[in-house]
Structure formats: structure tokens, C-alpha cells
Write a protein that binds this ligand. Structure first.
Ligand SMILES: [Zn+2]
Length: 285
């Protein structure tokens, strides 16, 4: 098998090349590591796997092990929570929504049943075919491969995808362009505080996937959103789902962390923010 090569990049947020190493990992036989930018503190993979290897990884293997029937069933509660928040905050009654990285289309089905026009895209052929069978409008490919007209969507959402992208900065700019002038971006990301960035804690509790290229915290995600044309940036807690690969103790620990985080956030102690997942709503500037 052809051995992957790793590539080095500059910080996408500030263009600097000075980093502090955090932890190492292996991707298809090549050495990779996570670093923290010494200038803006963005955390990203550098060196990272080459793009060709990453694309093969996503197109072929990402959903292979997924039990298709259960994939969205496990996520339905979370989808409903997010959709409720989007409607409450944006106050948009009916419109056009795009789901970037829509997977099997479970979220789009919910939106469609609510009377919205919606469509999605995903790299995975398995996921796209499944979603199409359910009557959804789906494009296979990345956002940059599809020519959406500027100002087309009232809401663009992307659940747990932007940290897998080679350049989230470019992606957020693209989304900004296709949003209407008063449109909203809805993101769900894992937010990982610096203290969790050790091999054991991070890989176990945050379900480290070797396709991850960025690890955001509240500061860095806010910085990148401001730079790519968003304002009115709002953070929300989303409830943790139980994970079958963790023990009762680990699941309880996650739930405990969630409630503590929620309380701290309520008290505006954002420095101690350590909930693993967060929903972000941001308006186009
Ligand atoms: Zn930087």
C-alpha cells in the first residue's frame, strides 16, 4: 500500500508559522501532530495527512461501520433540540436551509416535514444514496464543488463537520456568500479546552478520529467567525447523547461535565467552559 505523506501548513487564522506541539498521532503510517499557534492559539494538525489520503478516508470508510438504520435514530433527540433552537433564535418562519455534511439526511427530514425547502451535501456515497432514497435533494461532494448562487439560503447548518475540513476558514467564507443578507449559520462543534489535550483524555473522551484537523475552543471559533463575516455569535449547550462505547462511569462523567458546564456558562464563567459539544448560531454581517 502506498504510504501516506504528511504536509505542513501555516495557521489559517493568522498566517503565522510558529507553533507549540501538543500531541502526536499516526494516520495511515505517517507521523502527524496537533500544535497550538503561538500567535492566535488556534489548535490544528501540523504536519497533517495529505489531502488525497484524507479524501479516500472520508469517501470510503467514514460511514462503513455505521449501522445506517440506527445512525439518525440515535441523533433524533439532538436534531429536534437544535432545530427548536434555530427557529426560536432566528425567528424565521419558513425558508431555505442547506445542511453541509448532511450524512444520512435525518436532520433534513425533520426540516422538510416542517415545510421548509431544504437540501444537503456530503462526501460519502453511502450516506448520499441513503438520503436520496428518502426523497431528499442531495449533492455528493464538498461545498466548493457545488455552484450555489450567492444569497440563496436563510439558514446553513453544519453538524460536527468543520473540524474535519482542510480549511474551515475558506468553508465559512463560502457559506457566508450563499447565505442571504439576514441569514444565519448554525454550527455544532466539539469544544475542547486545553487541559483535555493529552493523549489519553482527548482520544478516549472526545472520540478522537484521525480525520480531525482542528480543535476549537470558544475563543478560536469566535475569532474565525468574526474574520469570515459573522456577528451576533451565540453559544448554546446541547445535551450529551449516551455513547455505547463508554462505560456507565464514563457516561456519567460526561453527563456531570455537561451540567457543571451549563451552570458555569449560566454564571458567565466562560473560562472554565468545558462541555464537549456546543451549538453556535451566528448572523451574516
Ligand atoms: Zn494563528
Amino acid at each position: 500500500m502506498h504510504k501516506a505523506t504528511s504536509v505542513e501548513i501555516k495557521c489559517i487564522l493568522c498566517n503565522q508559522k510558529k507553533f507549540k506541539p501538543l500531541f502526536k498521532y499516526n494516520f495511515a503510517g505517517c507521523f502527524c501532530q496537533f500544535v497550538e499557534c503561538s500567535n492566535c492559539s488556534l489548535i490544528f494538525a501540523n504536519p497533517r495527512p495529505d489531502q488525497e489520503k484524507l479524501e479516500i478516508f472520508y469517501r470510503n470508510s467514514y460511514y462503513d461501520s455505521a449501522d445506517i438504520g440506527k445512525w439518525d435514530e440515535l441523533r433524533l433527540k439532538g436534531f429536534k433540540e437544535r432545530w427548536g433552537l434555530i427557529k426560536r433564535i432566528t425567528k424565521i418562519k419558513k425558508g431555505n436551509l442547506l445542511d453541509v455534511g448532511c450524512g444520512f439526511g435525518g436532520f433534513l427530514e425533520l426540516v422538510k416535514n416542517d415545510g421548509w425547502n431544504c437540501e444537503g451535501n456530503d462526501l460519502s456515497e453511502i450516506a448520499c444514496n441513503f438520503a436520496r432514497k428518502n426523497g431528499l435533494r442531495i449533492h455528493q461532494g464538498g461545498l466548493s464543488d457545488i455552484n450555489y448562487k450567492p444569497n440563496s439560503f436563510d439558514v446553513v447548518c453544519s453538524w460536527d463537520t468543520i473540524y474535519f475540513l482542510p480549511n474551515p476558514y475558506e468553508e465559512l467564507l463560502l457559506i457566508n456568500k450563499i447565505l442571504r443578507s439576514d441569514g444565519w449559520l448554525a454550527l455544532r462543534i466539539k469544544v475542547v479546552p486545553r487541559i483535555f489535550l493529552t493523549n489519553f483524555l482527548f482520544k478516549r473522551l472526545f472520540k478522537f478520529n484521525p480525520g480531525w484537523l482542528y480543535i476549537f475552543n470558544l475563543k478560536t471559533i469566535e475569532d474565525i467567525l468574526k474574520k469570515t463575516g459573522y456577528n451576533n455569535i451565540r453559544f448554546f449547550y446541547t445535551s450529551p447523547s449516551k455513547r455505547s462505547d463508554l462505560s456507565l462511569f464514563e457516561n456519567s462523567l460526561r453527563a456531570f461535565v455537561y451540567y457543571i458546564s451549563k451552570l458555569l456558562f449560566f454564571l458567565k464563567i466562560r473560562i472554565l467552559f468545558f462541555s464537549p459539544t456546543v451549538l453556535i448560531l451566528a448572523e451574516k454581517k
